[in-house]
Ligand binder design. Structure first.
Ligand SMILES: Nc1nc2c(ncn2[C@@H]2O[C@H](COP(=O)(O)OP(=O)(O)O)[C@@H](O)[C@H]2O)c(=O)[nH]1
Ligand SMILES: [Mg+2]
Length: 222
């Protein structure tokens, strides 16, 4: 959610001060960069323990339905210090749902709390655009799971910091970097957005099942 706000340049998605995910419903907002409109959808956390897997999947489907004809990019957000067992499975989980290759071809891994990659750095440092590429590499290659995830995403990995106010130069700079990556990804995919063919197929089957159930219930009440 914080990353979404960074892109929007406004505090539109609610963020939680704790580590507990507080986004419960998909939310769509838009913003303008370089004269172009960007729509950003904040998805609820995939591993919200108060929700069943079915509910989480339903919400994710809702998110897809909010884009037309489909999203140009998925940002999979992980956080330095919060890469839990579950998050390592996020990509697997989402791939299962959205289809492997097409999904991954539209995905960028975003690692937040980049300031924690370099704890020695003075946080009062005025330089917002500090380079953590070496620390990021070490961070990724220290973990087999992360290495695999980054590879799956075609080496698209961005470390950003959402610290400070949403209008701060730090966050405006990070928004620019994300938008830049978006342009590069859109270019790589020749402007073709994620095709929700698999998703449509899933919906079609669910619809058939629903009708069958309806029909059965109707016969029972007759
Ligand atoms: N210092 C710092 N805090 C962050 C960063 N990204 C998110 N946070 C904070 O972490 C908490 C949870 O973030 P949120 O975006 O709501 O989590 P999510 O929606 O579940 O991914 C909030 O208090 C955010 O302000 C970051 O890059 N640096
Ligand atoms: Mg959230």
């Amino acid at each position: 959610s914080a990353t979404g706000n960074t892109i929007l340049g406004e505090e539109k998605f609610s963020t939680d001060s704790s580590f507990i995910s507080c986004t419960s419903k998909p939310q769509k907002e838009s913003c303008k960069h370089n004269g172009q409109i960007f729509e950003v959808i904040d998805t609820p956390g995939l591993y919200d323990t108060s929700k069943t897997e079915e509910l989480v999947k339903r919400d994710l489907k809702l998110c897809l339905e909010m884009t037309s004809p489909g999203p140009h990019m998925f940002l999979v957000i992980m956080s330095v210090g919060r890469i839990t067992e579950q998050e390592k499975y996020t990509l697997k989980y989402m791939s299962e749902m959205f289809g492997d290759e097409d999904f991954l071809n539209h995905t960028i891994l975003v690692i937040t709390r980049k300031e924690d990659l370099d704890p020695e750095r003075n946080s009062d440092d005025e330089d917002d655009d500090y380079d953590v590429s070496d620390e990021l590499k070490t961070f990724i290659y220290d973990s087999e799971d992360l290495t695999r995830i980054v590879k799956q995403c075609g080496d698209r990995c961005l470390a950003i910091s959402n610290s400070g106010l949403v209008h701060s130069s730090n966050r405006r700079g990070e928004a620019q970097r994300i938008i830049q990556s978006a342009y590069e990804l859109i270019d790589q995919n020749k402007g073709v957005c994620y095709s929700n063919f698999m998703f449509k197929e899933l919906k079609r089957r669910q619809e058939i099942l629903r009708r069958e159930n309806e029909f059965r219930e109707q016969r029972l009440t007759e």
